[in-house]
Design a protein around this ligand. Structure first.
Ligand SMILES: Cc1ncc(COP(=O)(O)O)c(C=O)c1O
Length: 391
């Protein structure tokens, strides 16, 4: 077979290889970015499913508009407005997960050789997806307050990238949240340098204490001309259900029209049934209560994970306490290799993801990502004890 040359830019991730080992009986996994299925609002989703199949079986089982199921576009616009963003239903399209929104951005914006700035570290699937379109990725460092905007500015001026991709709130894998001050500077930079900034925000609702600063999208009204240089990807995956595969893209009319055209000849439209279920679910007024449980459960798990790491691994593993999201981004302080540690950990029946694949270049080999979302507290205690025994 002669495959397309673009495939030479990507490879099956080390993480996928690791996931094959996760089926071992008795393994405790901190590896995936999966929400805990025990927290899915099954009753609400069942109610919504029954309602849509009873009241509008024709439309929801039929082909639909590429832009999305109209009641859901309305529902997402209201959801975003409640978080301070000014968005109309026709200012967004529904996508098959936010992963598809990222793919559509890659497809519409990136030509081979284009430079794209991403956080170092960033979401692995975005690295792979943008590389498939031939992007030359440049990493901007992240600290506890998110991407270093001073460095980002230098990189933008030096490389004139096609776009900048950021996960400003509870980043995957960094767990970091961009401060309010830096958010405003990012918007000012986007407008001044006329650089498209893509905000990926699947985790913003998963805060443990005070809510995070408003999204770049919500803040764009405060910075002249920044909105036209901003695209925003959202998702119900981490707050409702990833299996529904419902996400969205908010962007200016030109980019939205191009993305819609590409979606048309990709999957035609996102499952109408899923969209209708999500749309009706939003009208049931259950999301706030569901989110309250998810937030408090993850908050507790994050505390337990931190306590256990301190008690069993002591100084050997350093980390910042995340204020939301699903991940601890940690480091082996003796400078040793986290992939070798991951292999020893698997032998002790506990899994995590080594950090290196999350870097577009110059990986930090000592870094690792631990998810506290999927395992319950007892499993977290047990799993971290196993992890410490593999040090
Ligand atoms: C940062 C980030 N963006 C996007 C996604 C894709 O999510 P989905 O396609 O399920 O909406 C994920 C999933 O883990 C993620 O972590």
């Amino acid at each position: 077979m002669q495959f397309a040359p673009r495939l030479q830019n990507v490879e099956t991730s080390a993480i996928r290889e690791l996931f094959k080992l996760l089926g071992r009986p008795g393994i405790i996994s901190f590896a995936g970015g999966f929400p805990d299925p025990a927290l899915f609002d099954v009753e609400g989703i069942r109610t919504a499913s029954e309602w849509v199949l009873r009241h509008s079986p024709g439309p929801v089982l039929q082909y639909g508009a590429t832009e999305g199921y109209p009641p859901l576009r309305e529902g997402i616009a209201r959801f975003m407005q409640a978080k301070g963003a000014t968005v109309a239903a026709d200012g967004l399209i529904v996508t098959t997960g936010s992963q598809q929104a990222l793919d559509l951005i890659g497809k519409t914006m990136i030509s081979p050789g284009d430079k794209v700035i991403v956080e170092a570290p960033t979401f692995l699937a975005t690295i792979q997806c943008f590389r498939l379109y031939g992007a030359q990725l440049i990493g901007a460092p992240v600290d506890a307050d998110g991407v270093r905007v001073d460095v980002l500015e230098k990189l933008i001026l030096e490389h004139r990238p096609k776009l900048v991709y950021l996960i400003p709130t509870f980043g995957n894998p960094s767990g970091a949240t961009l401060s309010l001050e830096r958010r405003l500077r990012v918007l000012e930079l986007a407008a001044r340098t006329q650089t498209l900034v893509v905000e990926d925000d699947p985790y913003g609702e998963l805060y443990f204490g005070a809510p995070p600063p408003p999204s770049l999208l919500a803040l764009s009204g405060q910075v002249d001309a920044s909105r036209e240089w901003l695209a925003h990807c959202g998702s119900f995956s981490k707050i409702l259900s990833p299996g529904l595969r419902v996400g969205w893209l908010i962007a200016g009319p030109e980019l939205l029209a191009m993305a819609t055209m590409c979606k048309q000849f990709s999957d035609a439209h996102t499952s109408n049934l899923s969209q209708a279920i999500a749309a009706h679910y939003l009208t049931l007024n259950r999301l706030d209560a569901t989110l309250a449980v998810v937030r408090s459960t993850y908050a507790r798990r994050a505390l337990v994970m931190a306590e256990c790491l301190r008690a069993t691994a002591g100084e050997a593993i350093s980390f910042e306490q995340p204020q939301g999201g699903m991940f601890f981004w940690a480091r082996l302080t003796d400078g040793s290799d986290a992939s070798a540690f991951a292999k020893r950990a698997i032998d002790k029946l506990v899994a995590f993801v080594p950090g290196a694949p999350f870097f577009a270049s110059d990986p930090d080999l000592c870094a690792l990502r631990l998810s506290f979302a999927t395992a319950d507290e007892a499993k977290i205690r047990d799993g971290i004890a196993r992890l410490a025994s593999a040090l």
